[in-house]
Write a protein that binds this ligand. Structure first.
Ligand SMILES: *[C@@H]1O[C@H](CO)[C@@H](O)[C@H](O)[C@H]1NC(C)=O
Ligand SMILES: *[C@@H]1O[C@H](CO)[C@@H](O)[C@H](O)[C@H]1NC(C)=O
Ligand SMILES: *[C@@H]1O[C@H](CO)[C@@H](O)[C@H](O)[C@H]1NC(C)=O
Ligand SMILES: *[C@@H]1O[C@H](CO)[C@@H](O)[C@H](O)[C@H]1NC(C)=O
Ligand SMILES: *[C@@H]1O[C@H](CO)[C@@H](O)[C@H](O)[C@H]1NC(C)=O
Length: 582
């Protein structure tokens, strides 16, 4: 009996060892995933879309050595865009479709949603968020380390001061508060370090100290190039700004300094991956969360030109995002992708690349485009609901190349072609553009595949947008005029990417079809999760000068303020209460 028993035990033991070995080997082979998320940068603010004004040789080298995402779509605003990345769903399906989470508003990305870091952690990944969150923090259990990230270094709100990392809410008489943390603890030590540099150092530290037996999942979510606080919005290191003497407008010049610092950061991050032997099994995705706000709220002088509109508008300027994907795991590299791809697609696409099977019940809106991108396949037609906001009363929709717009934002103030650059402000170095890219740090790190100057210029011209004249017709002709606050409009982006020719009068039946399709989406929308401010308890004056959760199930202050002294005095009683309540 005993030999039979021990034989069975041995068998079970062997099986479990083999299973766990298989699992470990499997997860260590999974690719590292690094998402570099830029805030509020315009399509025309990287040089790979053709601008010679602000050169971004490192970012461009990532695109030319990888896949230049030429039709990359995103929601038109920070909170919805980030919610979409992490859930793989449209904002109308998570309740995040209306507005952003304002500092003192008690709402968040609903907890019923399972987030990308949680799903990757379950698949064996170490998960890190560096930088911006902006998906709610009014309760502690809504903050990043409670929602799938092992570690967070950064801030909870939409923006902070680039140097002292405070949020000053000028429209209320709140005390200025620090919004900078290492996990749950306030982190005043970084005071004085330019945010882009602080986040880059942290990303490097994470890469260096990463346990290489596990795959890494890191979202490096920059403050740049969002504005800082309203009393000092444009902040960049003076030595970076000094590189842009050719730009006359001081605001745009400072913006260029912010971009330049970011471009350096991309090089440093790629260098760290290389130096730590991780690059050859990494996927790096870089993109801007939405178009630049050229004018209006938090305007940063960014440019989406020649696309129409800007951040927080229904137009291409708000929803097309500069993006690049690089990985040695891509079969095809060094090409411009015209596959329409949306932020909803990144969760299934990256999971697909990593061989992670996602649970069916997630009900994602996105699809896995990894095979299409990796194989440079013929672009598939896609339909996207770009915006559907009952409160602002507007919608923006695309079926393949047909674009539908009804209603607008801010009384139509952003409905124009904004941010055209001065023609005589080229960077003198742009005469040698190809050489700038080939001599960049990122190219020296990645460029082992014989990328030539001619190929760079070819890709760049494919990714440079012109605004064609449609059928010899004048776009000023009144029959093409679109006034979305009065009547819905539609455009054919294949022929009219700049949305100059409204075809509503010419093809009313097509317009009606598109309106019906929007109606279908409207039926699937859930109400906005937004809760306007209810009281003033968020004021940092109540939280030791920090922005911190203000509604909690414990004593009313978070565990971060469960100070050491209190622990010593109250000892295990508080410990017990805290552990019961979390
Ligand atoms: C602002 O200050 C006034 C006067 O001190 C006070 O009555 C009011 O409640 C404060 N408002 C807010 C939003 O804290
Ligand atoms: C940051 O440092 C500056 C300069 O030393 C100091 O004046 C300021 O009070 C500090 N801010 C915070 C939030 O600690
Ligand atoms: C990546 O490089 C490291 C260190 O150079 C090496 O040990 C590893 O086998 C390489 N992995 C792949 C997938 O090529
Ligand atoms: C267009 O928007 C207006 C204003 O929000 C709305 O009343 C109307 O129903 C919309 N039309 C369609 C076809 O969706
Ligand atoms: C926390 O929020 C809940 C839900 O909104 C509310 O019912 C409760 O009164 C709040 N508690 C505190 C201490 O603010």
């Amino acid at each position: 009996m005993s030999s039979k028993m021990s034989g069975r035990l041995l068998y079970l033991w062997l099986v479990s060892v083999l299973l766990s070995l298989g699992k470990a080997a499997d997860s260590s082979a999974k690719p590292n995933i690094i998402i570099i998320l830029i805030d509020d940068m315009g399509m025309n603010d990287v040089s790979f879309h053709g601008s010679n004004q602000i050169l971004t040789p490192n970012i461009d080298a990532l695109a030319y050595n990888g896949v230049l995402l030429n039709k990359h779509y995103v929601p038109n605003l920070c909170t919805p865009s980030r919610a979409t990345l992490l859930t793989g769903k449209y904002p109308i399906h998570t309740g995040m479709q209306h507005w952003v989470i304002i500092t003192d508003e008690p709402w968040s990305l609903p907890q019923r949603e399972r987030l990308m870091p949680e799903l990757f952690r379950e698949a064996g990944y170490a998960t890190h968020l560096v930088g911006k969150w902006h998906l709610g923090f009014w309760r502690k259990d809504l903050t990043p380390t409670m929602r799938g990230f092992d570690h967070h270094f950064g801030y909870y709100n939409g923006y902070i001061d680039y140097y002292d990392h405070q949020v000053r809410m000028l429209d209320r008489n709140y005390t200025a508060g620090l919004d900078f943390r290492r996990d749950l603890e306030p982190c005043p030590e970084a005071n004085g370090t330019y945010a882009t540099e602080a986040f880059t150092s942290e990303a490097k530290r994470i890469i260096e100290q990463h346990d290489k037996t596990k795959p890494l999942f890191m979202v490096l979510s920059h403050l740049a190039v969002h504005t800082g606080n309203e009393d000092d919005p444009m902040q960049a290191p003076p030595e970076e700004v000094a590189k842009f003497a050719h730009i006359k407008d001081p605001k745009r010049r400072t913006y260029a300094g912010m971009i330049s610092s970011l471009d350096k950061s991309v090089a440093q991050t790629m260098r760290a991956l290389k130096d730590n032997g991780m690059l050859n099994n990494s996927i790096v995705l870089l993109y801007s969360d939405n178009g630049a706000p050229t004018v209006g709220i938090h305007s940063n002088a960014g440019s989406n030109y020649p696309y129409r509109g800007q951040k927080e508008s229904p137009w291409e300027g708000g929803i097309r995002s500069a993006g690049a994907l690089w990985s040695p795991l891509l079969k095809e590299r060094g090409y411009v992708s015209n596959q329409a791809i949306h932020a909803i697609d990144w969760l299934p696409t990256l999971a697909g690349a990593a061989g992670i099977t996602l649970p069916q019940e997630l009900q994602l809106d996105g699809i896995n485009l990894w095979p299409a991108l990796s194989g440079n396949e013929e672009p598939k037609p896609r339909s996207f609901i770009h915006a559907l906001d009952e409160i602002f009363g507007y919608s923006s929709y695309m079926r393949d190349t047909l674009k539908y717009v009804n209603g607008s934002t801010f009384e139509g103030q952003y409905d124009h072609w904004l941010g055209e650059l001065e023609s005589n402000e080229d960077d003198p170095l742009s005469d040698n553009y190809g050489q700038q890219v080939l001599s960049s740090d990122v190219h020296s790190i990645l460029g082992d595949r014989g990328l030539t100057e001619a190929h760079i210029l070819q890709m760049r011209s494919e990714a440079t947008q012109e605004c064609p004249v449609l059928a010899g017709e004048d776009p000023q002709d009144p029959k093409y005029k679109c006034e979305p606050l009065k009547e819905h409009c539609f455009f054919d982006l294949a022929k009219d990417p700049c949305e100059r020719y409204n075809l509503a009068q010419l093809y009313p039946a097509q317009l009606e079809e598109l309106a019906q399709e929007v109606e279908q989406f409207r039926r699937t929308a859930i109400p906005t999760a937004r809760v306007p401010i209810t009281d003033y308890r968020a004021d940092p004056v109540f939280h030791n000068g920090n922005w911190e959760w203000w509604n909690d199930t414990d004593t009313g202050s978070g565990a971060g303020t469960c100070s050491l002294k209190l622990w010593i005095i109250m000892g295990s009683i508080i410990g017990l209460i805290c552990s019961i309540s979390f």
